[in-house]
Design a binder for this molecule. Structure first.
Ligand SMILES: [Cu+2]
Length: 170
């Protein structure tokens, strides 16, 4: 009888731990909430990588703006926007991303993303690394991105690696 109680306790404890690991990973700075940041695993010798934020919520009353991204993971880290022009998928460097009050923005494959050019090492599944995000009003926050398999439920089917770069501003 006593043993069953202990087993039950252990079971609920381990379920609790499992539940925690499946919970959304969130970061908050001021009125902004950043949920589940992730990066795509890089294939072989690929020197470029991309990082995404499925949900970037602005709970404030005023607009904010993501104005800079930086990390020691690669030689150069920039905010990019992918689009399709004349049937060709391209991406270009953008100055920032507006975050409207009461709305959420998304950084995803095929849209806005953080581009890492000249990775110092391949991004392997399960690894994590920091990127510092700078917002016009809320300020700076270091966020940890988890490396996931490309084509995971976090992404889309669009293959970033096959894209051509548009003009990149200095
Ligand atoms: Cu890009």
């Amino acid at each position: 009888m006593k043993r069953n109680i202990i087993l039950g306790l252990l079971l609920s404890l381990s379920i609790g731990l499992l539940g925690n690991s499946l919970q959304a990973k969130t970061y908050q700075i001021g009125n902004l909430v950043i949920t589940n940041p992730w990066a795509r695993a890089s294939a072989g010798m690929m020197k470029n990588g991309a990082a995404y934020i499925p949900k970037l919520m602005n709970n404030g009353q005023t607009q904010d703006r993501l104005i800079a991204v930086s990390s020691a993971i690669a030689k150069k880290v920039e905010l990019h926007l992918s689009s399709v022009e004349n049937g060709i998928a391209i991406m270009r460097h953008v100055d920032g991303l507006n975050l409207k009050p009461g709305k959420s923005a998304v950084l995803r494959p095929g849209g806005y993303h953080i581009m890492m050019m000249g990775l110092h090492a391949p991004l392997k599944i399960g690894q994590s690394f920091p990127i510092t995000l700078t917002f016009e009003k809320a300020g700076k926050i270091e966020v940890v991105f988890t490396v996931r398999k490309s084509g995971s439920s976090y992404g889309s089917k669009m293959d970033h690696g096959k894209m051509k770069h548009g003009k990149i501003k200095p």
